[in-house]
Design a protein around this ligand. Structure first.
Ligand code: PGA
Length: 250
């Protein structure tokens, strides 16, 4: 099977992952006021560690940039260490020297999550959009918190998390019952408006979802498949995540 669209696929060893991801991001990131879309979770951590290393080494300076989060749990305060606001601030913003006022994350405690979601969508537009969106993929094919069934043109909105996603994320909480049931997430349409996307996948639990997203039909059952319609996607996968891909790559 071949990919009929133009995504670039790099299959790398574990120790190369952070470096390959950093190269892919920086390749597409403007030097002045870069607007970087941030995914949370385990997968992108080697990328953030490598970007921080390059900042410390004086190889790059992204301190004039903006960080824009993909999503946030509804019900978590931005000071809660399990919130994505805390993740973006402490694991990405601080190490990269990006001040808190240049970090955009939906407010998980907003009185009306639908109003907050619409305002977040406008904030992205007002900033001029996302230059490079870093994304992961869920074991169920979700993209950000766009679970299976999400409309391909969707914008930022309040959503219910699937039981699969709550179970997958239980490791970050005291247990599954502790994982919030709802989130505010950028929509699939929002994500597709980023100028380029770097999709990251690590580990065998992502293999089936990655293969379905890259080589299956585009449709709401596999939300990440919408990226087949995006003109500038780089996919970086470790060997376990790429195991179900039967595509030719160079
Ligand atoms: P993970 O999450 O990086 O923690 O596996 C990815 C995702 O669910 O999008």
């Amino acid at each position: 099977m071949t990919m009929s669209y133009t995504a670039r696929l790099l299959v790398v060893d574990d120790e190369e992952f952070g470096g390959a991801a950093a190269d892919a991001v920086l390749d597409r990131l403007p030097e002045r006021s870069p607007r970087l879309g941030i995914a949370t979770g385990d997968t992108p951590m080697p990328l953030y560690v490598e970007l921080a290393r390059r900042v410390r080494a004086g190889e790059i300076d992204v301190s004039s940039g903006f960080l824009i989060a993909l999503d946030e749990y509804i019900g978590l305060d931005c000071q809660d260490p399990r919130s994505y606001a805390a993740y973006v601030r402490t694991r990405v913003g601080a190490p990269l020297g990006i001040p808190a006022h240049n970090i955009l994350v939906p407010d998980g405690l907003a009185a009306d999550p639908d109003v907050e979601a619409a305002a977040f969508e406008r904030r992205i537009d007002d900033l001029g959009g996302v230059d490079v969106q870093i994304a992961g993929i869920g074991s169920n094919g979700h993209l950000a918190f766009n679970e299976p069934g999400s409309p391909l043109e969707s914008t930022t909105r309040a959503v219910a998390l699937s039981e699969q996603t709550r179970a997958d994320n239980a490791r970050f909480f005291a247990g599954c019952s502790d994982v919030p049931h709802r989130a505010i997430t950028q929509g699939l349409g929002t994500i597709c408006r980023a100028r380029s996307v770097v999709l990251l996948a690590r580990g065998a639990t992502k293999a089936a979802a990655l293969a379905a997203a890259l080589t299956g039909p585009v449709g709401t059952e596999v939300p990440a498949s919408v990226l087949q319609r995006h003109p500038a996607v780089t996919v970086i996968a470790d060997r376990s995540a790429a195991a179900d891909l039967s595509i030719r790559h160079h």
